[in-house]
Design a binder for this molecule. Structure first.
Ligand code: ATP
Ligand code: MG
Length: 391
């Protein structure tokens, strides 16, 4: 026997046992998007590397160390997409979609070279929402409401909403100076990663997972205190909207998000049921990105859901699917019965489109076929043998 070839570490097959659940989850998402008037967009999984460098930011985890980048045969630098927003914005600019407000969604595989562990893979799947051309807190509210309704549709009540505002880039700049000042004052307490980030991306230090640094970041000055009038009003209006719609949230001043392009609203839906990888959905406003990628300045807000984490949570909550259940299994014994069996099966499928019918293939005795019928989980066995043929 030849040596076996295996799947790449961190990239998983989704086997038939699982695909029913995936389909059920995807169907409910699709229905929900329609109910809110969002339309699907499908982008390629490969883009030029420059797109991600320019949008996600050179000094983020993704661009620094997680991208699957390679040279095309003609030397072009390409990258397997690590997320969907950059490609969606590229497509929206390229096809002139931004002349009017857009409410879009996408789904598909994403690729990041991370250390594989529970809830963290090298190929994983996201469903994302991106809206363009709307700058007010009303659309921020809508995308959060949409996500909240998704959990409801899926029967999940174990996700908590965390909310923050990052202000505008000017407000962030002023804040950054004060934060860097504070962190420099505690240089001895910073870990190696944070010392490096102090120069490149100090806000990310707030997001540190290092337990030894939690106290330090908890006492850091917050951006909230540096917001201008408009940013504050935007945030307050969003909070008021959430209150009015009965959505519970927690303001987390240390929620800064990993990507560079966010502005004002950022949010995450988190759970304590999945261990360390507890963020199921993350999003926010990214008003500067379209302009940064060569389009006319266009406000934007969106989010992305990690589907492996969502599915793990659903399974933990006992979410099931009946997608494999057969109604009937047709047993046919003898050559003549086999032939007629196929014809009758087709007639049944014409007459009863909802019927889930499996016709036996491969011959064999009554006994062995009944065993297969039993194992198929079908509620009924239909039997066609010589006796039935004669009658
Ligand atoms: P994390 O802090 O967990 O690395 P992130 O900030 O890198 O997350 P985003 O880029 O915001 O994640 O992606 C949105 C969502 O996609 C995450 O909240 C998560 O549910 C999912 N996700 C991100 N990276 C992975 C991965 N490597 N494997 C599985 N799911 C992932
Ligand atoms: Mg990450």
């Amino acid at each position: 026997m030849a040596a076996k070839i295996q799947a790449i570490r961190g990239m998983h097959d989704i086997l038939p046992e699982q695909t029913g659940l995936w389909q059920e989850m995807e169907t409910r998402v699709r229905d929900l998007m329609r109910r809110y008037g969002y339309r699907e967009i499908r982008m390629p999984v490969v883009e030029v590397t420059e797109l991600f460098k320019r949008s996600i930011g050179e000094v983020t985890d993704i661009v620094e160390k997680e991208m699957y980048s390679f040279a095309d045969r003609n030397g072009d630098g390409l990258t397997l997409r690590p997320e969907g927003t950059a490609g969606c914005v590229r497509a929206a600019i390229e096809h002139g979609l931004l002349g009017q407000p857009q409410r879009l969604w996408y789904q598909g595989p994403m690729f990041r070279h991370e250390r594989p562990q529970k809830g963290r893979y090298r190929q994983f799947h996201q469903i994302g929402v991106e809206t363009f051309g709307l700058s007010g807190p009303d659309i921020d509210l809508e995308v959060i409401l949409l996500s909240a309704r998704l959990w409801k549709t899926l029967g999940l009540d174990v996700l908590d909403l965390e909310l923050n505002t990052l202000g505008t880039s000017e407000e962030r700049k002023r804040y950054r100076e004060e934060l860097v000042g504070y962190l420099r004052g505690h240089y001895q307490q910073l870990d190696e990663d944070s010392r490096r980030r102090l120069e490149t991306n100090p806000l990310r230090i707030l997001d540190t997972k290092n337990p030894a640094m939690q106290e330090l970041v908890a006492d850091a000055p917050t951006l909230m205190e540096h917001l201008g009038v408009e940013s504050r009003a935007h945030f307050e209006a969003l909070c008021a909207g959430l209150d009015a719609c009965g959505v519970v949230y927690r303001i987390n001043p240390r929620l800064v998000r990993g990507l560079d392009y966010y502005a004002r609203t950022v949010f995450e839906w988190v759970t304590d049921r999945l261990g360390a990888q507890g963020t199921v959905c993350a999003g926010g406003r990214y008003d500067g990105l379209v302009d940064q990628l060569g389009g006319r300045a266009t406000p934007a807000v969106g989010f992305a859901i990690g589907l492996e984490r969502l599915l793990a949570l659903l399974q933990e909550q006992g979410f099931g699917d009946d997608s494999v259940a057969l109604d009937a299994y047709l047993v046919t014994v003898g050559a003549a019965a086999q032939q007629l069996g196929m014809q009758l099966s087709e007639q049944l499928r014409d007459a009863v489109p909802a019927l889930r019918l499996m016709s036996h293939c491969g011959g064999g005795s009554f006994k062995s076929q009944f065993k297969k019928a039993d194992r198929s989980g079908a509620r009924f066995a239909l039997v066609l043998g010589e006796g039935e043929l004669e009658r």
